[in-house]
Design a protein around this ligand. Sequence first.
Ligand code: TYM
Length: 336
Amino acid sequence: MHKKRVFSGVQPTGNLHLGNYLGAIKNFVNLQNKFECVYCIVDLHAITNRQDPKELKSNILETVASFIASGLNPEKNIIFNQASVSAHSELAWVFNCVARIGWMNRMTQFKEKAGANKENASVGLMVYPNLMAADILIYKATHVPVGEDQKQHLELTRDIAKKFNNDFNCENYFPIVEPLIPKEISRVMSLRDGKKKMSKSEESDQSRINLKDDKDLIDQKIKKAKTDNDLIPSEIIGLKNRPEATNLISIYASLNDLSIEKVLKEFKGKNFSTFKSKLSESVVEKISPVGNEINKLLKDQSYLNKILEKGSKKADLIAKNNLKEIYDIIGLRKFS
Ligand code: TYM
């Protein structure tokens, strides 16, 4: 049996949004009282796409600030950045040799991110899921809270763990991780197109609510959010083929910790303009305090750096120990 340990990561690529919050960070906060948790700012993942060095440095601190502002306790959890713990990259190389090229070719996120010009994507973008598996397995983590878009990467992590355990005859060495994906809203969709994921890389800022948006901007974005002309149904079946309506109802449910059925019961027969003003109130109530706190924390960069430094030391201790064990299993010698 493996000791229960939670691991998750977030890329420091600018403003975090409601999708990151409801899909992942809210869950990080809930889990901190139940498990030993390790939360990583995955800066090495971010450089699979070109980053401005100055912006990257400041985005790393902003991501720490977003974690703390959302309610993560830096004393209780290990909060650190990936580049500070070299064992992630070292284990990723091992996994580059365990995972098969065919497995990489199946990754839908690579296809989406590489776009039409696959030949021109970085090699890092292609082997990104192996680094992600290394992030998790270097801590022998058992549970991984993520949004639904990361599910395929976690399936790959399970395949890598199984193949390693099997190839090196060390049954049960790496745990087979359990994804923890929110039920009411596994994928927050764009406010402009209910079939597209809410994302930092979407060009229009109107498509997402950023954690740092102020009340007026939140009100305006929700008012403009795409919906259809039908009323709110009384049953879930009435949301079929209505992606934008489903998205807004799900956001409300998730923000208020309600089931979708309960929300439909409350709003059945109402039109979306009535619902949207309630939704705006909820978003402002839950997100504005987070945004205000992020701005406050960003004024004390030395505090944020200290959190990373302390967390990195703790993470490094666990990761180094495990890497030694892993190298020994493989037959590598490590003298430093
Ligand atoms: P990233 O940085 O894109 O997103 C961070 C977290 O936010 C979730 N998320 C969403 N959830 C619901 N709806 C959305 N629209 C939405 N957009 C983002 C993501 O699922 C994620 O949980 N590869 C990862 C980072 C990573 C990682 C790891 C995660 C690297 N190593 C190890 C877990 C374990 C990523 O790019 O997430």
